[in-house]
Design a protein around this ligand. Structure first.
Ligand SMILES: [Zn+2]
Length: 236
C-alpha cells in the first residue's frame, strides 16, 4: 500500500485521522475474513446453531484480543523509539544549538526555500519551539501527540469486533438452508466495501484492491468450508 507522502509532511490532524480510519477499516476487514472462514468452516461440519454461535463468538473474542495485544505491543515499541529519538534531539539542541540551526536551515532548503528565507524560517521556528520543529522535520512526528498504545489497542479491538459481527450474525440468524448463502454473499459484499475504502483512504486505485480483497475472502471461506465438510463426513 502506498503511503501518501504529502500527508506525512503536512503531519497534521488530517493525516493522523486518515491513518486511524484506514487502520479501523483494515481491522474490520480482518474480523470479517477470519470469522467468516471460521463459521463457514464449522457450518461444513454441523447444522447446530449453538455450535456455530459458540465457535463464532470464541473466534471473535480471540481475534479481537489478539489484534489488540499486537497493536498494543507495536505502538508501545514505536512510542519508545519516538521518545528515545526526541530525547536525543533535545540533547542535541541543548549541546550544539548552532549545528542544529544549520541542520534545520538545510532541511528547509531541501524543501525548496532559498538560503536566505530558509535561514530566517529556521531562526523563527527555533525561537518558537525548536524541539517541535526538529521533531516535525526530522522524525515526522508531533512531540506532544504521540500515539497512546491503549487507544490503539481499543481501536483494534472494536474494529475487529465490528467486522466479525457480520459473518457471525449472518450464519446464526437465518434458517439452516439459507445460512451459507446469506453469509457468503454478505461477506463478499462487505469485503468489496472494505477493499474499496482502504484503497481510497490510502490514495490507491480501488479496482484491484476490491478484486484482491473479495478473492482472498472467497478463498478463505472455500478452504475452511472444504475442510469442515471433510471433517464432518469423516465424523471426527
Ligand atoms: Zn535536529
Amino acid at each position: 500500500m502506498t503511503e501518501p507522502t504529502h500527508e506525512k509532511s503536512h503531519g497534521g490532524a488530517l493525516g493522523t485521522r486518515l491513518n486511524w480510519l484506514r487502520a479501523a477499516v483494515l481491522g474490520a476487514n480482518d474480523g470479517i475474513v477470519s470469522t467468516a472462514g471460521l463459521v463457514v468452516g464449522v457450518a461444513g461440519a454441523t447444522d447446530s446453531r449453538s455450535t456455530l454461535l459458540t465457535a463464532g463468538l470464541a473466534g471473535l473474542l480471540a481475534g479481537a484480543m489478539s489484534m489488540a495485544a499486537a497493536q498494543y505491543v507495536s505502538v508501545s515499541t514505536q512510542r519508545d523509539s519516538e521518545r528515545a529519538a526526541l530525547a536525543l534531539e533535545r540533547r542535541e539542541l541543548r549541546e550544539r544549538p548552532e549545528a542544529e540551526l544549520r541542520e534545520l536551515t538545510g532541511m528547509l532548503q531541501q524543501r525548496g526555500l532559498s538560503r536566505a528565507v530558509a535561514e530566517e524560517a529556521a531562526k523563527q521556528l527555533t525561537a518558537r519551539d525548536a524541539l517541535r520543529a526538529h521533531a516535525h522535520m526530522e522524525l515526522g512526528i508531533d512531540p506532544y501527540e504521540l500515539t497512546d498504545p491503549w487507544h490503539a489497542a481499543w481501536a483494534s479491538f472494536l474494529s475487529f469486533t465490528a467486522g466479525a459481527l457480520l459473518p457471525l450474525l449472518a450464519i446464526v440468524l437465518p434458517p439452516a438452508g439459507w445460512r451459507l448463502g446469506v453469509t457468503v454473499l454478505s461477506v463478499l459484499a462487505a469485503l468489496a466495501l472494505t477493499g474499496w475504502s482502504s484503497a481510497r483512504l490510502g490514495a490507491a486505485r480501488p479496482g484491484r484492491a476490491v478484486v484482491r480483497n473479495v478473492c482472498g475472502g472467497a478463498l478463505a471461506m472455500a478452504v475452511t468450508h472444504a475442510a469442515g465438510t471433510l471433517l464432518g463426513e469423516v465424523g471426527v
